[in-house]
Design a binder for this molecule. Structure first.
Ligand code: OAD
Length: 250
């Protein structure tokens, strides 16, 4: 792998507040599929309109619930990768806020304490009618259809993720914007940058004077506007960055 770009290292050294803005590529090397990578991406293999919209839930809740239970079950079997752990360790050198689009909990399990979840959390479940939290264990559905549990109010228990056509959690998004406005450096890791409003955060950071650096093996919609680009996978780039920083930082 190429060594840490000097301009990126300089930007990290100079930054007091860093935001790490992550997408599915962050967790790819833990074994969780991305959404849009060819062949392996979830939306390359499954029809998003049948699985990740309020209309899909209304049309066939058992299909949707089985699919999410499978993902919840898979999540329990994977571990944070060295990239997640390096981000947490970076927090010992600088103030680091993680803003993630990921619905997994690998940042938290990797040791990060300041994590904003823009698209919800797979681990959480709530009633689709009274909206109250209703914990349900992750089990392998072993079938294409699984009836969701029922709340005492009669509603169905749904996954705690944001579907297409739904609003982002307002408090989490407000925190993400605040972090973007007040950071010196935003590291954009493992996102295609095409799902808004999340994908607008690097622009917010830039407008408020931050440097924006992309870490991604592939070109994205955010690449052109980024100040720095490092074509490398998260699980090797972030530990390499940390290692150089740890060895030389004051
Ligand atoms: P995508 O699947 O759209 O993009 C994944 C990105 O990760 C791509 O740019 C890949 O090049 C990159 N990538 C792959 N492997 C990587 C690695 N090892 N290290 C670093 N980068 C790598 O996923 P997201 O951008 O997260 O929405 O997708 C955004 C949203 O669309 C998701 O949050 C989800 C989805 O529909 C909701 O759940 C609401």
């Amino acid at each position: 792998m190429s060594s840490v770009p000097a301009d990126l290292l300089a930007a990290v050294r100079a930054a007091e507040r860093i935001v790490v803005f992550t997408g599915a590529g962050m967790s790819a090397e833990s074994g969780l599929p991305t959404f849009r990578d060819e062949e392996t991406g979830l939306w390359s293999r499954y029809d998003v309109s049948r699985l990740a919209t309020p209309e899909a839930w209304d049309a066939d809740p058992a299909l949707v619930w089985a699919w999410y239970q499978r993902r919840r079950f898979q999540l329990a079997a994977v571990e944070p990768n060295p990239g997640h752990r390096a981000i947490a360790a970076l927090g010992r050198h600088r103030r680091v806020d993680v803003v993630t689009q990921n619905v997994d909990d690998l940042h938290e399990r990797g040791g990060s304490e300041r994590v904003v979840h823009l698209h919800g959390r797979l681990a959480e479940t709530f009633c689709d009618t009274c909206r109250l939290p209703y914990p349900v264990p992750a089990v392998d559905p072993q079938t294409e259809h699984l009836e969701p549990e029922r709340c005492v109010c009669g509603g169905r228990i749904r996954p705690g993720v944001v579907w297409f056509g739904e609003h982002l959690p307002a408090d989490e998004f407000a925190r993400a914007v605040d972090h973007a406005e007040n950071c010196d450096l935003m590291l954009v890791v493992g996102t295609s940058g095409i799902v808004y409003p999340a994908a607008g955060l690097p622009q917010v950071a830039r407008e408020h004077g931050a440097t924006v650096a992309e870490i991604n093996p592939n070109r994205t919609d955010l690449s052109e506007a980024a100040d720095l680009v490092w074509r490398a996978p998260a699980s090797t780039a972030l530990p390499a960055l940390l290692e150089v920083l740890s060895g030389t930082a004051s």
